[in-house]
Write a protein that binds this ligand. Structure first.
Ligand SMILES: [Zn+2]
Length: 313
């Protein structure tokens, strides 16, 4: 796989801190196959704090990537709440705001909230972040706008129309597949970066990249950051829910709903499989660590509990 470009002279780096944002206990049959009847996984919903310092002024900009599970599930739309109560058991505390306070930060300190995608277990409580700008991938606002229409493939596509404040929300432009490798093509801000076809260099200093990560849901984003010389962290969101899929031990589950339609937790299974192949390649590269949003194996790996805020990755 093509390597990432080397660090620049005077390369700027960021610090990243895991944030506990709830747990959910899900039936494996909707995620992996083959699987045993009745098997369940208790998975974390992880969020991340990214701290960037301007090399000129030293001023910090803080980003939170994903807001996890909502603390008060009563405020999800009724149909979604019913789905959660019927199919899952969730732990909603601490949420992202609580987790930030563990290190003397509060939602007011967060400049930007980037949502990997708009599924309910990633959107948390946006109203807690009354000062922040929200950033979502292309197509996310369309999904929110369609909320209330009958979901296509069951309850994974239940959304809230008024989730995000329009005046403080930015939806990224779509990628131009024809203009691969050109930074200015089609007026877009997407560019190629090493093995990644479409990234946006947020601070224009090579420290934090938004990564177009197609397949799971329209607008699905990953984040790539530089932690130190030759050291990258790749936050993979819901591109994959279970490391056994990354290791090719299990496949992605599909099932039939009551109408006989084939359903999958990913809106485009084929595109997701390509994205997963890419992530498997990234993880094999020297100096690249990959963490999934629901990465129970990562959470249980020795030493990783110390990497939660106020600790660091
Ligand atoms: Zn999802």
């Amino acid at each position: 796989m093509e390597p990432f470009p080397a660090d620049a002279e005077n390369q700027n780096y960021v610090t990243v801190h895991a944030l506990s944002a709830g747990f959910l206990d899900w039936p494996d049959q909707y995620f992996v196959q083959p699987c045993l009847e009745g098997a369940r996984t208790k998975a974390p919903s992880l969020a991340f704090l990214i701290q960037h310092h301007s090399p000129k002024t030293g001023r910090p900009t803080r980003i939170v990537f994903d807001l996890g599970i909502r603390k008060n599930i009563d405020t999800y739309p009724e149909v979604l709440k019913t789905h959660i109560v019927n199919h899952l058991s969730v732990i909603t505390e601490p949420d992202v705001s609580d987790s930030l306070r563990l290190g003397d930060l509060s939602p007011e300190d967060i400049g930007f909230v980037v949502l990997s995608h708009v599924h309910w277990d990633h959107v948390g409580t946006p109203s807690d972040f009354g000062m922040s700008r929200f950033v979502v991938g292309n197509g996310s606002l369309g999904l929110l706008a369609e909320a209330g229409n009958p979901p296509l493939a069951g309850s994974t596509s239940l959304f809230e129309a008024d989730l995000l404040p329009p005046e403080r929300t930015t939806e990224l432009p779509g990628v131009d597949e024809e203009a691969q490798g050109s930074s200015g093509g089609g007026g877009g801000t997407w560019q190629k970066f090493g093995p990644l076809r479409n990234v946006i260099d947020i601070f224009s200093d090579g420290s934090v990249y938004l990564v177009n990560s197609p397949g799971h849901l329209d607008g699905h984003l990953n984040l790539l950051v530089r932690l130190g010389p030759g050291k990258f962290l790749y936050l993979a969101g819901d591109a994959c829910h279970d490391r056994r899929i990354l290791r090719k031990e299990l496949g992605i589950a599909t099932w039939k709903n009551l109408h006989g339609e084939v359903c999958c937790i990913h809106s485009d299974k084929e595109a997701t499989e390509k994205t997963i192949d890419l992530i498997v390649g990234l993880e094999k590269m020297d100096g690249v660590e990959v963490v999934l949003a629901h990465d129970v194996e990562w959470l249980n790996r020795e030493g990783n509990k110390k990497r939660f805020w106020p600790g660091k990755m």
